[in-house]
Design a protein around this ligand. Structure first.
Ligand code: ASP
Length: 322
């Protein structure tokens, strides 16, 4: 048995010995892997695609990218990629980011006419020395990488937008909840024990032209630390950015908090900085290195999909503050 005195004497015996002894002294928890979790109900079909990769021994990075591409290509997913609601001037502008187990990341923001921003973000990570490309430059990079330019404004989205214009609403701020659910954030832990994450969105509906939310911002919409865990966010991005939300969730997990508690504490922090919190929705979703997961949000209504060996693709309700 290792007591404090024998642990200290081990430390004094030299670093190599100290490391091997202390590692033996900690009995590791059984890791729940592989696992993939995603925000909202469009997370269910997304997880299917990711699980196909994870269950065949594939990487978390490939799994989260494949998962994110599902709602991006689905015109019925009205907040991601094709069919996403436009900004107030009628342009579909997309934000996405991806992060792997090495802490490498790539991101695109204010990207137009490309159906799979998540794959462009991955190319930014893998093919450039940069983390983030925006607007025209991101589009040019995507075209150079062989992505096709297409119209992403579907008839349905255009019709709704025109109705919205007629109503001449005030500021674009809105509750983002189950009835107009939004960003897909996906995080996964693979058989090798590596974490990765992806996040992709058309952002807040009818936002100001040029607005970028939290989703492509590393540490806001998504953060991965392979030693600790990963987190993603959905909801009113401005509030998430102000507290570097997902970085905060991961730091709470580093302090030993469970994924759900880490998400709850980040929601509490956000509430403390946003007196108007009753008018907005934000949800966090987190996964730790042991494959444990949890979520928390402000308003009731945020749900998330989980796929692991015990839970083959279930939609679960997040705890909420209100
Ligand atoms: N976080 C996204 C944004 O602010 C929208 C959402 O997830 O609901 O752009």
């Amino acid at each position: 048995m290792t007591n404090r005195r024998s642990f200290l004497s081990t430390l004094m015996a030299g670093p190599a010995l100290a490391l091997s002894t202390s590692v033996r002294a900690i009995s590791p928890r059984k890791t729940n892997k592989p696992i993939i979790i995603s925000t909202w109900d469009h997370g269910v079909p997304a997880n299917e695609a990711g699980w196909a990769i994870l269950s065949a021994g594939g990487s978390a990075l490939d799994a989260v990218e494949a998962a994110a591409r599902v709602p991006e290509a689905d015109p019925k997913s009205r907040s991601v990629g094709l069919g996403g609601r436009p900004d107030r001037d009628g342009f579909v502008t997309l934000d996405a980011c991806i992060m792997n187990e090495k802490g490498n990341c790539g991101s695109v923001a204010f990207l137009q006419n490309i159906m799979h921003p998540i794959s462009v973000a991955r190319k930014v990570m893998e093919k450039t020395p940069h983390v983030m490309l925006v607007g025209e430059g991101a589009l040019q990079f995507a075209l150079d990488q062989g992505f096709k330019k297409e119209n992403l404004l579907t008839e349905e989205s255009e019709k709704e937008w025109k109705e919205w214009l007629k109503a001449n609403p005030p500021a674009p701020k809105q509750k983002i909840n189950i009835e107009n659910h939004d960003t897909i954030g996906v995080i996964a832990l693979d058989e090798a024990g590596n974490l990765s994450g992806a996040c992709t969105t058309s952002g807040a509906s009818y936002k100001l032209h040029g607005r970028v939310g939290d989703s492509p911002i590393i540490g806001a919409g998504l953060f991965v630390d392979n030693e600790v865990g990963a987190a993603t966010a959905t909801g009113w991005g401005e509030a998430v950015i102000r507290i570097a939300g997902t970085h905060l969730v991961v730091e709470y997990m580093r302090q030993g908090k469970s994924p759900e508690t880490a998400c709850r504490l980040a929601v509490e922090r956000l509430i403390s900085k946003n007196p108007d919190y009753r008018d907005i929705q934000v949800g966090f979703l987190a996964l730790n290195k042991a494959g444990e997961y949890g979520a928390y949000c402000i308003q009731p209504g945020f749900d998330y999909a989980v796929y692991d060996k015990q839970t083959p693709n279930k939609l679960l309700k997040s705890g909420s503050r209100l």
